[in-house]
Design a protein around this ligand. Structure first.
Ligand code: HEM
Length: 267
């Protein structure tokens, strides 16, 4: 990381290459304690780059693992999802069928979206938001939040609140579907907290994850194509263990080991 910084520092004036994230950090000036300005220290830049890289990769890959683990554990959910995906494939004309589920197909797959949403509700990769603070004393619901005190928002607990979610610890993607027509219940599926805070795996408001659309796209795309191409089962005699372990994100304590076999015609 430090080597990358050095190279960016040396090539800093080569305007034709455009600015990257490290360049922005090198250019950044913060107010210092004497009322002047200061640059970021090398350690601060390394830490910001590392958070940025981890924040953009660990989160999605951890969620993907949790979703796949549930699809291995609950074969009936995997089977229902596979049939939804297969229908899309069958509805395509011969010449447009290049095999892969594409970005534009995803909006026609409500069960897929509810599987991903259920993964994010039941197993959000971060159990807390990044630490926040208020700039002045605030009274919220009768409680005083003092200026600059650290405020942690408990994401996982919000998504597992039994007053909002029936059987909160169960993995039940159907909870996100309208009974009448199987479409996604957009009110429940709102992960932004704009309508009501029911689950906020990406945070809410101004500092919400700026990449939540990209993350949803990646998750839906990978789950759809993984399930379309392969049948996922547990190793013989293996129970999928959903215990958690705290790392940068909340990961599976016993990582998923699965048999992955190509789909046959009759599947
Ligand atoms: C399943 C995937 C992801 C989840 C659940 C997630 C969740 C979050 C959460 C909870 C926050 C903190 C919000 C707050 O403190 O209010 C956050 C911030 C952030 N996320 Fe994500 N994230 C995901 C994927 C990504 C990806 C793919 C990227 C980049 C490509 C990314 C970039 C960021 C950045 C830069 C911030 C800091 C925003 C700020 O401080 O203003 N995240 N994310």
């Amino acid at each position: 990381m430090k080597k990358m910084m050095k190279s960016s520092e040396e090539n800093h004036d080569e305007k034709s290459l455009g600015l990257c994230y490290v360049d922005s950090l090198l250019n950044l000036e913060l107010p210092d304690e004497e009322g002047g300005k200061r640059k970021l220290s090398e350690n601060e830049i390394v830490s910001l780059c590392s958070e940025f890289l981890n924040g953009g990769t660990d989160t999605t890959s951890t969620t993907l693992q949790w979703v796949m683990a549930n699809l291995v554990k609950y074969q009936e959910i995997q089977s229902k999802l596979f049939h939804e995906i297969k229908k899309i494939e069958q509805s395509r004309s011969e010449d447009s069928n290049d095999g892969e589920i594409q970005e534009e197909d995803l909006k026609k797959l409500p069960y897929l979206r509810s599987v991903v949403l259920e993964g994010l509700r039941r197993h959000p990769p971060g159990h807390f938001l990044l630490a926040h603070a208020v700039t002045q004393d605030v009274v919220l619901d009768g409680y005083v939040i003092p200026k600059e005190a650290t405020v942690n928002v408990m994401i996982a607990e919000i998504g597992r609140d039994p007053k909002v979610w029936e059987d909160p610890m169960m993995f039940k993607p159907e909870r996100f579907l309208n009974e009448e027509d199987g479409s996604v219940n957009e009110e429940l599926a709102d992960v932004t907290g704009n309508k009501e805070v029911k689950m906020i795996p990406f945070g809410a408001g101004r500092r919400m994850c700026p990449a939540y659309g990209l993350a949803m796209l990646h998750l839906e795309y990978f789950v759809a194509n993984f399930i379309k191409e392969f049948k996922w089962t547990a190793k013989v005699g293996d129970e999928i263990d959903l215990s958690e372990k705290q790392e940068f994100t909340i990961v599976m304590k016993n990582p998923l080991w699965a048999h992955v076999s190509p789909r046959k015609q009759e599947d």
